[in-house]
Design a protein. Structure first.
Length: 153
């Protein structure tokens, strides 16, 4: 959980159920990421939709380290972007990784997201260290459609 600046949580069963129940599949989606062959869950996406603005903030966690660096995040996120842009009226996707989360920054850039800004000293370090910078990346529906078209050529 270090790259996310979040403490490890040892939730009780009721706490976990309450967290899962916070996903109403209208304003908040909790979407599991699974290994295609074994069907073992390796992570999840949390997508928070702001309906009026037709945008959503995408957050991802891949907890199984053996899957890190293997393209899992961008493969799964591409399918989600297709779904939210094509079928759910979304016009913009936003991602906000910590600047020190080099893997997340790499994935956003590799997938064609644009760095829109840096929120300097935006977060307090969960580990009690210095304040942390946070980036904002954005991707519009038109940019995503163009990127898909370019990949299919």
């Amino acid at each position: 959980m270090g790259p996310l600046n979040a403490p490890v949580r040892n939730w009780t069963s009721p706490e976990l159920k309450a967290h899962i129940a916070s996903a109403d599949n209208e304003h908040r989606y909790l979407i599991g990421t699974f290994d295609a062959a074994s069907q073992v869950q390796i992570g999840f996406f949390m997508v928070d939709v702001e309906s009026f603005h037709r945008r959503a903030i995408f957050n991802v966690v891949v907890g199984e380290k053996s899957y890190w660096g293997k393209g899992v995040v961008n493969e799964a996120r591409a399918a989600l972007l297709d779904e939210f842009f094509d079928n759910r009226g979304l016009e913009k996707a936003v991602g906000m990784p910590l600047a020190r989360n080099f893997a997340a920054v790499f994935n956003y850039k590799a997938q064609g997201w644009r760095h829109e800004g840096t929120l300097r000293a935006h977060c307090i370090s969960a580990a009690g260290g210095p304040r942390l910078d946070q980036y904002q990346f954005g991707l519009t529906k038109d940019e995503w459609v163009a990127a898909r078209r370019e990949r299919s050529l």
